[in-house]
Design a protein around this ligand. Structure first.
Ligand SMILES: C[S@@+](CC[C@H](N)C(=O)[O-])C[C@H]1O[C@@H](n2cnc3c(N)ncnc32)[C@H](O)[C@@H]1O
Length: 549
């Protein structure tokens, strides 16, 4: 992924194991060896991890931080310069994570520590102060990231319940909390325009506006005297049309459950879609929708590498269904085994309902995305049907183009990380290779399996730094494929045929800039010898011909 998605991801959301006794953080006692391996694989220096070990003494914090560190370094590499990362965490690791993120992303890129109200009531048996919130740490990659304004919630819009010839408005207080002694100039009488009565504020709460501003308010028709106009308490008319930023709101660090949902809502969402108690700590879809709306645009990529029940994918698909966006998601989930005793429902769901031999969390992630996609499509079809049956509101008016009838892409591809059988043998140092390795390599080279073709093609995409969504076009079945402007040659073919085909593509206006040859499957030495000359003849410079594998 690092090659293909380096600097391409706009938003990363992660909800890592919180390192509390209750969560299923695996590899708890096995950090050191694993982390050094991960760092080495990613090409990061081993010294990087010493930073963490030096400053954190506590065994568990240090272990968890060592686990997070390489993942955050990689996350930073994947982010675009105008990208942003949101990380869910609770009080157990919030402080440690904040310092780690300062180190990885830079203090100057800290955006906010959002408080999400995950519960609506305290646990009765809590011994001290019951926490009702989670933290969401937000870091941008650079100051190029621009946040989107929040859209108004239904509750906020509901306040605008009155209307007159100038539009929709909400009545706002005309009084303030100062006394006549504190603000003598705001203690004056106002004439009720319809009854002629002189109205005085209370001595303990005077008018909010000076006499001059009040006169201006009257002239502009901004004073409200109740439905029938004869009330005794004036109010200020706050018109929706006068709201700054067209009514959009500057996001804040306080995210209530009314707006973003809570733990129980998230449980219910997975229960409705999959089965009861399927996943211990999913996040609500509304929370993810808020994050994605705030941090990314309609055609951006969102990555979640602790996917769990796959909430992020559902949020992305739902947002696309709502506004016709073409957002994409990348989810990563390890095949973490599900404990048949501790997670009975989840285990039963995977082995019985889904009929899988091995019960892993990955199966739940994939099934959630499938079912959520199907549900969203059904919902859209129902809406479209209802819209079609609705008589046109006004004659001559076209149907609203923003109406949610556009199809939404709910498709996704599943990739599994496996050791590449061809690469495995080739990567062995020569002095360690056994005769069996040589024979296996020979077998692999002389008998490429058609079933292995997808693996080879997708690995080639990755080695060419192309996204996994790049369309693959078959030019000559089992031999030549096109991905963007890269020709992928997976099996030898007569060089004359290859030359002619490349010329034909050129004639059709199809650009081929690179020729990539998958070496392990080329059994013909003459092809290897000849392709360089052929490429030169066709005008490909040396660096445009690549051998992979
Ligand atoms: C809190 S859950 C994520 C929940 C998710 N946000 C949702 O809404 O369903 C944390 C995830 O981290 C994964 N995880 C636990 N230990 C891990 C490890 N050592 N490496 C990678 N992932 C791990 C778990 O499988 C789980 O899916």
């Amino acid at each position: 992924m690092r090659h293909s998605y380096f600097g391409k991801v706009k938003l990363i959301y992660i909800d890592p194991p919180y390192n509390t006794q209750s969560d299923a953080f695996i590899y708890r006692d096995d950090f050191s060896a694993k982390q050094s391996e991960v760092l080495a694989q990613l090409g990061y220096a081993k010294e990087n991890i010493d930073y963490i070990k030096n400053i954190y003494g506590a065994r568990t914090h240090s272990g968890w931080l060592s686990f997070m560190y390489p993942r955050l370094l990689l996350a930073k590499d994947l982010l675009r310069d105008d990208g942003v990362i949101f990380i869910s965490i609770d009080d157990n690791e919030q402080a440690q994570l904040k310092l780690l993120c300062d180190e990885v992303f830079g203090q100057e890129n800290f955006v906010a520590d959002v408080l999400w109200q995950k519960k609506y009531a305290a646990a009765n048996d809590h011994k001290t102060i019951a926490p009702l919130h989670d933290h969401i740490l937000v870091y941008r990659k650079t100051d190029e990231w621009i946040r989107n304004l929040s859209i108004r919630t239904e509750a906020q819009d509901k306040q605008y319940r009155l209307a007159d010839e100038n539009g929709v408005f909400r009545p706002d207080n005309y009084l303030c909390n100062k006394s006549a002694e504190e603000r003598p100039s705001l203690y004056y009488s106002i004439t009720q325009p319809n009854t002629g009565e002189e109205i005085w504020p209370k001595r303990t709460a005077v008018w909010r506006y000076s006499q001059e501003t009040h006169k201006k308010n009257v002239a502009e028709g901004l004073v409200y005297w109740g439905k029938d106009g004869i009330g005794r308490v004036p109010a200020f008319k706050r018109y929706k049309s006068r709201l700054k930023n067209g009514g959009s709101l500057v996001p804040t660090t306080w995210w209530t459950f009314e707006e973003c949902g809570h733990n129980d809502e998230a449980q219910k969402e997975t229960a409705d879609l999959l089965a009861q108690k399927i996943f211990s700590t999913p996040k609500p879809i509304r929370l993810l929708q808020k994050i994605i709306r705030l941090g990314a645009c309609k055609d951006d990529i969102t990555l979640d590498f602790f996917a769990g029940s796959g909430t992020t994918a559902e949020a992305v698909m739902r947002l696309n269904a709502e506004d016709g966006g073409t957002r994409q998601f990348i989810l990563v989930q390890i095949p973490q085994p599900i404990d048949p005793k501790k997670q009975k429902e989840a285990h039963h769901f995977v082995t019985h309902t889904l009929g899988k031999k091995e019960a892993t969390i990955f199966e739940i992630t994939a099934e959630r995305i499938r079912r959520a996609g199907a549900k969203i499509e059904t919902e859209l079809a129902t809406k479209a049907q209802a819209a079609a049956q609705q008589p046109a509101q006004l004659e001559g008016f076209a149907p609203d183009p923003a109406s949610p009838v556009a199809p939404v892409d709910t498709g996704f591809r599943v990739f599994e990380l496996v050791d590449d059988p061809d690469a495995l043998i080739l990567q062995k140092p020569l002095q360690q290779a056994t005769q069996a390795d040589v024979l296996a390599l020979q077998a692999a080279i002389t008998s490429p399996q058609p079933t292995q073709l997808p693996r080879v093609l997708y690995n080639l995409l990755l080695s060419e730094s192309l996204p996994l969504t790049t369309p693959l076009r078959t030019v000559i079945d089992q031999h030549l494929y096109l991905a963007g402007d890269v020709a992928l040659i997976v099996k030898a073919l007569p060089l004359v045929e290859l030359t002619d085909t490349l010329r034909t593509l050129h004639g059709q206006g199809i650009t081929v800039t690179y020729l990539t040859v998958y070496a392990p499957w080329i059994e013909d030495d003459n092809f290897m010898l000849g392709i360089k000359t052929m490429a030169e003849t066709l005008g490909f410079s040396d660096d445009k011909l690549r051998l992979r594998g």
